[in-house]
Design a protein around this ligand. Sequence first.
Ligand SMILES: Cc1cc2nc3c(=O)[nH]c(=O)nc-3n(C[C@H](O)[C@H](O)[C@H](O)COP(=O)(O)OP(=O)(O)OC[C@H]3O[C@@H](n4cnc5c(N)ncnc54)[C@H](O)[C@@H]3O)c2cc1C
Length: 384
Amino acid sequence: MSGYRTEECVIVGGGLAGASAACVLGREGRSALLLERDLQLRHKTCGEFLSVEAQAYLAHLGIDLEGLGASQISRLRLYHREGQADAELPFLARGLSRKVLDEALLQKAVAYGARVVRGATVRSIAADEAGIRIDAEPFGKIQTETLFLASGKHDVRGVKRPASESINDLVGFKMHYRLSEHQRAALDGAIEVVLFDEGYAGLQLIEGGIANLCLVVSRNRFEHVGKSWTGLTEHIVRGSPLLAGRLRDALALFDKPLSIFQIPYGFVHQPEAIEAQGLFRLGDQMGVIPSFTGEGMSIALHSGCLAASMFLRHSCTGGDFHRKMASDIRRQVRLAFLLNKAARYGPGQSALFQICRTWPSLMRQVAAFTRLREGSMQSALALP
Ligand SMILES: Cc1cc2nc3c(=O)[nH]c(=O)nc-3n(C[C@H](O)[C@H](O)[C@H](O)COP(=O)(O)OP(=O)(O)OC[C@H]3O[C@@H](n4cnc5c(N)ncnc54)[C@H](O)[C@@H]3O)c2cc1C
């Protein structure tokens, strides 16, 4: 086709899903072209809690979390106006900023042979029997048979995700803080989750002793507190003396918090959807699990590794991959979606809090059902 350059496979988006696919393809000698919108990777709205599954994928891809300075998290403290529940996590979690992590993975993809173009925004994609055509600015027009679509929650014209029954009236925020020495030491080793009206917040350390406060709140509650970050944090700390103490002498490290609107929690791409055979949807384009599970990044990494290895192993179609992914994550996303719904308002929150406080082992078991299964991971970690 005139005016188009031809590529064997293209990846749109250089987050964890896109970069992990590029690493696997590169390691097997396939030089994928990865297009990333941002010239320099920036901070992303994320709790930055790395589950054991995410750590396994990162180790498999050659990422040294210790060397990047990731914090260690072994305890969960859950706060509610009725009290506090404390539990040992069933694994050692890590905390690392997305800016550091995403950059490390993208550099790894380059080292494995991927061609990464930064500052290239894909404006539209046409995918039909004639193949896949991509219009990227300022890069130009590309024709390919295989596209790994890893643009996160951002939809691209021509291949938008269909509307689903997800909850999408939620707003997410993230702010980094330098805590006082005393508060930093008190937080060290734990993730502290605060339940408040129509939302929840998580506080944990990441690299360099920095604290990440990440929260999710309904749009309704956000409007109620004056649609401002100050109004929102004042509202939360009023009901949580612990968080108030943590933040009292803290220094905010961004001018304003990062935010994300209309998070489609509960979305899972329908494998029955009729789409071009060479289109593989990765990461948040495939499914969005509520953040409290701390499993979104591992699903993104799982999808990138699985898609690349299925493509290499059997020349599978996008449809085959979507069916496998849906069966790997549907149950987890569904359960987390229902828990998220239940914990949204006062009575549901109280009930969940009491269950967690009375039966921490039950809490661990339910949490285990929201995680990727070992069997699913083995097929993605296996070399093609
Ligand atoms: C509030 C909140 C808290 C969370 N906390 C956690 C947590 O603690 N632990 C956890 O495991 N998960 C968490 N998650 C989930 C996790 O952040 C996501 O699941 C994960 O980032 C998805 O990775 P991805 O690669 O699909 O998308 P992204 O990381 O969003 O990457 C997409 C990339 O595509 C690029 N892009 C977008 N559009 C275009 C375009 N048109 N052209 C070119 N490039 C494009 C973007 O610049 C970006 O770099 C959280 C999510 C939210 C909303």
